[in-house]
Design a protein around this ligand. Sequence first.
Ligand SMILES: [Zn+2]
Length: 193
Amino acid sequence: MSAEARFSYCLDYLPWRRRVDPLADKYPGWSPYNYTLNNPLSFVDLKGDSVTTVELTNGQTIVVDKKIEESVKELDEWAKENNIPMVINDDFRTTKEQKEIKAKYGDKAAEPRTSRHESGFALDVQTIKWTKNQKAKFEKKANSLNIYPNEVKKEPWHYQTEPLEHGYKSRGAVINENQKHYSELLKAKQKDN
Ligand SMILES: [Zn+2]
């Protein structure tokens, strides 16, 4: 089994929103469709910059920083049109989740409070089933949207953007902000149900 496959399998335990379609039935309350239907103001109530949910064309719901929402949607729609399945293995992470991953993977994982996943600026894409050509095409499109592979670590599935290019003052500040916004998003959701 490749490192990527192992990593993907290990992430299976992670919460509802990382899963693809089948589990949507298990957590009907957290369908973004129902959520918006029940309380259309919930999302806009979160002021300023924040994390937000994005529903992909494959039915997956992921969480990213609002500033890259449109780029992620465009990438997803482009991938669908080009027959490149864009399945997300991991998106936003709480610092607690990052700590668990660090404990499990050691040097292979980013230190808690430094990962782009903790600010909603990174996506782990299921690239393992792609051909080289599909990966090259996907990367070209992603690059045009300022979404890049991680050049430092050997993680062929990891794509990220730079928060500093989106108006944030520091990487630490955006992590603090978005960790807070994410818990607000969860609280708002729990109140609704
Ligand atoms: Zn990653």
